[in-house]
Design a protein around this ligand. Structure first.
Ligand SMILES: [Zn+2]
Ligand SMILES: [Zn+2]
Length: 186
């Protein structure tokens, strides 16, 4: 099993700096893989990571596991928590790891030395959890693709909704996250 410090160079390159989030994220990902008996150096095709934050730790997970949102192996539930669950689709096992240690290094501390002095059990809470991947959430080709009856745009992965008997995208059904201004000719 590699040491978390083995990933610091890669994390610095990918994330842009070494921070507590990189160190915690690397350690959480390695701990999760160890609990699942998965080799971080293997191609982790059956790993799905549920992130509870889109901050620094998210990049560290990629650095260790290689899982990406575009391959449907990262799900974001933004609870604003430094926590994540790792699911092995092959075995069906899942663990949730959260940071419970609320102490943080003093300003200008040597981050690596600070975190090296702490054991995983000093920092993390680990829970064995049951996780079922929902319809349209699984890696692989889409199992549903329909056109929105209002805007005509295609909606994949069961993200469509039925409202007043119409099949609609969420933007048309609930209002979009953006404010439409004008169509642009290109
Ligand atoms: Zn950072
Ligand atoms: Zn629509």
């Amino acid at each position: 099993m590699p040491d978390w410090r083995d990933y610091l160079d890669k994390a610095a390159t990918y994330h842009g700096h070494i921070c507590g989030g990189q160190i915690l994220g690397i350690r959480m990902a390695l701990l999760g893989l160890r609990l699942l008996s998965l080799d971080p150096q293997a191609e982790l095709r059956d790993l799905v990571v549920y992130l509870e934050s889109d901050r620094c730790v998210a990049d560290a997970v990629y650095v260790v596991t290689g899982v990406t949102i575009g391959r449907r192996r990262v799900k974001l539930f933004n609870y604003g928590k430094t926590a994540m669950s790792l699911l092995d689709l092959k075995s069906g096992q899942a663990y949730r790891i959260s940071v419970v240690d609320q102490d943080r290094p003093p300003k200008n501390a040597d981050l690596v030395a600070y975190w090296l002095a702490k054991k995983d059990e000093d920092i993390f809470r680990v829970q064995k959890v049951a996780l079922t991947i929902g319809p349209g959430e699984e890696p692989g080709p889409p199992t549903r693709a329909v056109a929105c009856q209002n805007c005509g745009e295609m909606v994949l992965d069961h993200r469509d909704v039925t409202k007043n008997g119409q099949t609609l995208c969420r933007a048309c059904a609930d209002g979009p996250y953006y404010q439409f201004l004008i169509d642009v000719k290109i």
